[in-house]
Design a protein around this ligand. Structure first.
Ligand code: ADP
Length: 629
C-alpha cells in the first residue's frame, strides 16, 4: 500500500524554486545525479572490502525511453532502505539551509545558482529543474529490507511504496518536462558527462542501438567517460581542458582555478596529490559551518572519503584537491583516519608544498599573487596564529597596504623591512576599519615627517593577529596609537611643556572626567593639536567596536589625550585659560577638542548633536567678533 507523506517546509521551498524559477544551466542536474550514483558506488565498494559478496562490476547506466519521454539514471551502489529514503530525500539535514534558500530567493542573477546547489548538497532536488515527476526505486545492498519506490511531482508531497527489485542499487527515472526533452538526446547526454563527470571512476554507460547491414539491430553499451585518474599522470601530459574538467568535478566551489599543484611524495610517506588554488572566494568563505572543506582522500585509486579535514589545515581550507596515498590500508575506517600518523605526515607535506608554491607565485607573478591574496588572504593569515611551525613562512606571504602605498596596493613585510631607514628600529602599524579611517589619523604625522612607513591593518582579523605576530626578521611590531612613544631628544621638551601647561592639563582632565585616563604631551604629533592613544595592552577602539558587533561584553578602555605643545591652538587655549579660569566657554573648547580627536581617528561621536551645537556656538562667537558693525 502506498503511503503519502509531506515534504518538510524547507524542502518544499527549495522545490518551489527549482520548479518555477531556475532555467539557466539546467545541465547540472545530470552531474548531480551521476555524482550521487558514484558516491553510492563508492560506499558499496567500501563495504565490499569487508563483505566480498557485495563486490560486482560497478557501473552507472543512463537509459532513455523516447516513447514515454523519460531518462533513468541507474547505479548498482549502496542503495537505501525506506527509512533512509525518508531521511535523505524527504528532508534536508544540513544546517544553514534556511539562509541558503533566502539567499537564492533574493539573488538577482540566476546564472550561478545551479553551482550553489551543488555546493550546498541539495543536488538530488535539481532533478525537478527538468522533470515534472521523479520516481526513485532503490534496494539497499547487503540488507533484507524490501526495495522501495519513492515518487513525487515535487509539489508538497511524495508517495512511498514497496516494489519488486532484486538487485541492489538505485534507479532514478525522470519524466522530462516538455521543454527539457533535449535531455533524451545521446549527444547532449555525452556532452554533459564529458564536461562534468569524465573522471568518475566508474564507467558511465549508455546502451546504443546499431542497425546492421542485414537490417537487424544490435545493442551495445557505450562508455561515456574516460575514468582517468588525472592525479596519477604527469603534469606535462595533462591538457588545460582536462584540468578544467577535473577541477569542475572535485572543487567545492565551482568557478575557475588559479593554479594546479602536483605533488608526488616518496620516502617517509608515499602519496600523490593534485591540488588547486581557486581564483575566487566562495560566498561562504567566512562561514565555516556551512562550508565544505578538506581534500578528497583516495587509497591506491580507491575513493575513501570526501572533505577529509585531516589532510589540510583550516587556514588553507580554500584549497581543493585529491590525495592518493599508498601507505594507508584500504579498509581504513573514518574514525581510525583521525588518528592515523600517515595523515599528519601528508598534511605537513601538503602544507609545506602549498606555502612554497604561494611564495613562488608571489615572487614570480606578483599581480596574480596580489589578486589571490585579496580573495584568500584573510583566511591564510589565520595560520600565523594557529600554525606555529609555519608562522614565519606565512608572515612572508602576507601583504598590507601602508601609508606610502596607493589605495588598494599592498606590500609584503619583507619589502617594508627592506625600505626601513637605518635608524628605524621597529615595524610600525595602525589599525582601523578602512584605509580612509587610518589614513587621516594625526598619529601618522611624526612618522611621515621622519620618512618611516606605517602598515595599515584594516582587515578585521589583523589586530587580533598582532597578538601572535611578535616579530618579523627580529624586528618588533609597534602600534603607533598605543602606549608610550619616545622620540630621541624629546624628553626634555616634553617635560618642559608638561610644567608650562600644567594648569591647562589639569583643567582638561577635570572637564573630560571619565572619558580620559590621562592628559599629556607627546612628540607623536607635528601638525594636529591632539590625538587619542590607547594604553599599552588595552583594546583599540576599532577592536572594541568589532567585539561589540559580535555581541561580546568587553570593558571599554579609557583613552589618553595627547597634546602637541608646538600647536598654536594649545598655546592659545592655555592663554585664554590663564586669563580667566571661570569662563563658561572653556568647557566647550575642551569637549570640541576631544570630539575632533575622536573624529580624526575614525571613531563615532557619542553625542553628535551636542558636538554640532557646540561647534555652532563657537562659530557664532567667532563671527560675532568679525561682523561689520
Ligand atoms: P548530497 O549528495 O550532497 O548529500 P543530495 O540531495 O544530492 O545531497 O542527496 C541526499 C542524500 O540522498 C545523499 O546524501 C544520499 O544519502 C542519498 N542519495 C541520493 N542519491 C542516491 C543514490 N543514487 N544512491 C544512494 N543514496 C543516494
Amino acid at each position: 500500500m502506498a503511503q503519502v507523506k509531506e515534504f518538510k517546509t524547507e524542502v518544499r521551498q527549495l522545490l518551489n524554486l527549482m520548479i518555477h524559477s531556475l532555467y539557466s544551466n539546467r545541465d547540472i542536474f545530470l552531474r548531480e545525479l551521476v555524482a550521487n550514483a558514484a558516491d553510492a558506488i563508492d560506499k558499496a565498494r567500501f563495504e565490499s572490502l569487508t563483505t566480498p559478496e557485495l563486490a560486482q562490476e560497478w557501473q552507472i547506466r543512463l537509459e532513455v525511453d523516447k516513447e514515454n519521454k523519460t531518462l533513468t539514471i541507474c547505479d548498482n551502489g549502496i542503495g537505501m532502505t525506506e527509512e533512509e529514503v525518508v531521511e535523505n530525500i524527504g528532508t534536508i539535514a544540513k544546517s544553514g539551509t534556511k539562509a541558503f534558500i533566502q539567499m537564492l530567493e533574493a539573488r538577482k542573477d540566476q546564472e550561478n545558482i545551479p553551482e550553489l546547489i551543488g555546493q550546498f548538497g541539495v543536488g538530488f532536488y535539481s532533478a525537478f529543474m527538468v522533470a515534472n515527476e521523479v520516481e526513485l526505486r532503490t534496494k539497499k545492498a547487503g540488507s533484507d529490507a524490501p526495495a522501495v519506490c519513492w515518487k513525487s511531482k515535487g509539489e508538497g508531497e511524495y508517495e512511498l511504496d514497496t516494489v519488486e527489485k532484486t538487485t541492489p542499487g538505485t534507479e532514478i527515472k525522470l519524466k522530462l518536462k516538455e521543454d527539457a526533452e533535449l535531455y533524451m538526446e545521446s549527444w547532449k547526454i555525452s556532452e554533459i558527462i564529458h564536461r562534468y563527470s569524465d573522471f568518475i571512476e566508474y564507467p558511465i554507460v549508455m546502451p546504443e542501438v546499431k542497425t546492421n547491414e542485414d537490417k537487424t539491430e544490435t545493442v551495445t553499451d557505450r562508455v561515456l567517460n574516460s575514468q582517468k585518474a588525472i592525479w596519477l599522470r604527469k603534469a606535462s601530459e595533462i591538457t588545460d581542458d582536462e584540468y578544467k574538467s577535473f577541477y569542475g568535478h572535485i572543487s567545492n566551489y565551482g568557478g575557475e582555478y588559479l593554479k594546479a599543484i602536483h605533488m608526488s611524495a616518496e620516502g617517509v610517506s608515499e602519496f600523490k596529490a593534485l591540488l588547486f588554488l581557486p581564483k575566487q572566494a566562495p560566498f561562504n568563505l567566512l562561514m565555516p559551518d556551512i562550508q565544505k572543506k578538506g581534500l578528497q582522500l583516495y587509497v591506491r585509486r580507491v575513493f575513501i572519503t570526501d572533505e577529509c579535514k585531516e589532510l589540510i589545515p583550516d587556514y588553507l581550507r580554500f584549497v581543493n584537491g585529491v590525495v592518493d596515498s599508498s601507505d594507508l590500508p584500504l579498509n581504513v575506517s573514518r574514525e581510525i583516519l583521525q588518528e592515523n600518523p600517515h595523515l599528519d605526515k601528508i598534511r605537513n607535506a601538503v602544507t609545506g608544498k602549498i606555502l612554497s608554491e604561494l611564495k613562488k607565485l608571489k615572487e614570480n607573478d606578483r599581480d596574480t599573487y596580489a589578486a589571490f591574496f585579496k580573495e584568500f588572504g584573510k583566511v591564510l593569515k589565520e595560520g600565523i596564529h594557529t600554525d606555529f611551525t609555519n608562522a614565519e613562512k606565512i608572515k612572508d606571504l602576507v601583504l598590507y597596504e601602508t601609508m606610502n602605498t596607493e589605495a588598494g596596493k599592498q606590500i609584503s613585510l619583507e619589502e617594508y623591512v627592506n625600505a626601513m631607514p637605518e635608524e628605524q628600529k621597529e615595524i610600525y602599524y595602525i589599525s582601523g576599519e578602512k584605509r580612509e579611517a587610518v589614513e587621516a589619523s594625526p598619529a601618522l604625522e611624526y612618522f611621515r615627517s621622519k620618512g618611516y612607513d606605517v602598515l595599515f591593518m584594516i582587515d578585521p582579523i589583523d589586530e587580533w593577529l598582532m597578538q601572535s605576530m611578535f616579530q618579523y626578521r627580529k624586528k618588533n611590531f609597534k602600534s603607533i596609537t598605543k602606549g608610550d612613544f619616545e622620540v630621541e631628544g624629546s624628553a626634555d621638551a616634553l617635560k618642559e611643556a608638561q610644567e608650562k601647561f600644567a594648569g591647562l592639563v589639569e583643567f582638561l582632565k577635570n572637564t573630560l572626567g571619565d572619558k580620559v585616563s590621562e592628559v599629556r604631551f607627546s612628540a607623536r604629533l607635528t601638525e594636529s593639536p591632539c590625538c587619542l592613544i590607547t594604553e599599552g595592552n588595552a583594546l583599540s577602539p576599532h577592536m572594541e567596536r568589532l567585539f561589540k558587533a559580535m555581541h561580546q561584553e568587553i570593558p571599554v578602555s579609557k583613552r589618553i589625550l595627547e597634546l602637541n605643545a608646538k600647536h598654536p591652538l594649545v598655546e592659545a587655549f592655555a592663554a585664554v585659560y590663564s586669563k580667566d579660569e571661570k569662563q563658561p566657554e572653556l568647557a566647550a573648547y575642551a569637549n570640541v577638542l576631544y570630539d575632533q580627536a575622536l573624529l580624526t581617528e575614525g571613531s563615532p561621536l557619542p553625542d553628535p548633536a551636542a558636538f554640532a551645537k557646540q561647534v555652532s556656538e563657537l562659530l557664532l562667537n567667532a563671527m560675532a567678533e568679525r561682523r561689520p558693525r
